[in-house]
Design a protein around this ligand. Structure first.
Ligand SMILES: C[S@@+](CC[C@H](N)C(=O)[O-])C[C@H]1O[C@@H](n2cnc3c(N)ncnc32)[C@H](O)[C@@H]1O
Length: 179
């Protein structure tokens, strides 16, 4: 990974840059990345997306389209990013997406991903430029991706989970290991 990123990769900035082995897998599933809506000049050098939005442009306020890679700013705003991703996908503007997120299944924002296959990463990811594993667990959510392709690309990193077919909202909802 680009060593120029190292000085900026502090948890205080919340810049948890995607490791190359994750982005390679995402491209395997998506084919290509049309948009990385949460980026900066240095991150853009290592995520091969056709378009990027930066904080100055405000990716939350702009339209998203095509195949999206999302590794949003962490912290309180994360729910807004997940909501935007789901809304753009449901509107048909985003055709497929993979999101790298801190695994927080207890949160309200996480529940918006209930319909998505999720890869819960075993152990802790070492984000680009970080000398050690992250202090939080990670997961990848897939929207509009072929399940077999997602499982085949990410299954070695951790179990792929999805809602059991027919399980409703709230009571009775269950997760199952796929594969
Ligand atoms: C966790 S980092 C991920 C960077 C890169 N997308 C990746 O996958 O490695 C989150 C990025 O979102 C950027 N960011 C923060 N607020 C933003 C906003 N409103 N619009 C676009 N990008 C934003 C940060 O500068 C940072 O580069």
């Amino acid at each position: 990974m680009d060593s120029r990123l190292a000085p900026l990769m502090t948890s205080t900035k919340g810049e948890w840059y995607t490791p190359p082995e994750i982005i390679e897998r995402a491209i395997r599933v998506l084919g290509a990345i049309d948009l990385d809506p949460a980026s900066d000049r240095l991150a853009a050098a290592s995520i091969p997306a056709a378009r990027y939005y930066t904080q100055e442009q405000d990716g939350l306020a702009l339209p998203w389209a095509g195949r999206v890679w999302l590794n949003p700013p962490y912290g309180r705003v994360i729910g807004l990013w997940v909501a935007k991703l789901v809304a753009e996908y449901e509107a048909g503007r985003v055709t497929a997406a993979i999101a790298l997120l801190p695994a927080r299944p207890d949160t309200r924002w996480w529940q918006r991903l209930a319909g998505c296959p999720i890869c819960f990463v075993r152990g802790r990811l070492r984000f680009s430029g970080q000398g050690t594993g992250a202090p939080f667990p990670s997961a990848l959510a897939a929207l509009g991706c072929e399940l077999g392709a997602f499982a085949s690309a990410f299954g070695d990193l951790g179990g792929i989970w999805r809602l059991v077919a027919g399980a409703g909202q709230g009571k009775g909802r269950q997760l199952a290991l796929w594969g």
